[in-house]
Design a protein around this ligand. Sequence first.
Ligand code: KG4
Ligand code: ZN
Length: 335
Amino acid sequence: MKDCINILAIETSCDDTSVAILKNQKVLSNVVSSQKIHEIYGGVVPELASREHDRLIVPVMKKALKDSGLKLSEIDAVAYTRGPGLLGSLLVGTSFAKSLAFSLDIPLIEVNHMQAHILSIFIDDNPEKPNYPFIALTVSGGHTQLVLVKGVNDFIELGTTLDDAAGEAFDKSGKIMNLSYPAGPKIDKLASTGDIHKFKFPKPKVDGLNFSFSGLKTNFKNFLIKQPSGFINKNLKDLCASLQFTIIDILMDKIILAREMYSINSFVICGGVSANSFLRKKLKDLEIKENIKTFVPKINYSTDNAAMIGISGYFKFLESDFGKFSDYSVSKYNL
Ligand code: KG4
Ligand code: ZN
């Protein structure tokens, strides 16, 4: 096998069109085009997302190649997100990846989006990398999961959300406060100067390592309905801070419980919500007060991006021989 493997990776599972080029574990380029079109609708419109991927995939790939300094003929394999995600969006990435691999006569490697979020921590320029085993908390717009990771290909789900994801709790509560989609980063910013104790919202009682966020959202909505007009604007920063405090506290409680249940002190926190600045601050507290070591990928690798697909593809490439790569007839879904 060659010493250096160049992987072109494609991510189109939701509303980010992204192509990255990796040389082994090093990212040469990682171009992400976040679709703005959904902002006015307060959430991702699946049909529009597919059309945007279709429009953007070629220019995004051209830019990724240019930034990497490589030519298409130097690519050794194409990795792509097979799922989970929006069907139409996945279909665009899948079709593009298959065609590209077929035309270049190189292997095609399917990647699970959630596993890719976790493996993003192994990208070269992350400051610190964990040893196995560790527990991963994946917190994104579509998922909230705790996963025991024993090896690069050994994932066991320990808990998941019973309803909304943590990112959805941010986005849907933000929508109630008239913040445009995605509201998570806006709430993060507004909360930085708000009072976390101004309003108190109840935390759900969910046994074990599962999560629930829809009750919090309903509670938040019911609380706001009862308030006089102008209340949201007047209290926006404090509302954001108090809401964010509750969401992050729910996550912290489960990290501590997972540590107790599995006696593992090493946690990787990934997915879009891991970009949250209050969460990152609370993780530092966990290290100091609870002796829990946390690893968080760099922000560009936290939200959806193709570099995380590339690193996962690279590990799969190392583990496979040519006979074991994805068949060009692989379907876009049903992982
Ligand atoms: O991983 P991701 O980019 O896409 C999915 O796979 O869903 O995560 C997107 C989610 C959105 O819900 C967004 O509001 C949330 O991550 N998010 C944040 C922050 N940045 C992104 N939530 C809270 N604070 C942030 N700074
Ligand atoms: Zn994601």
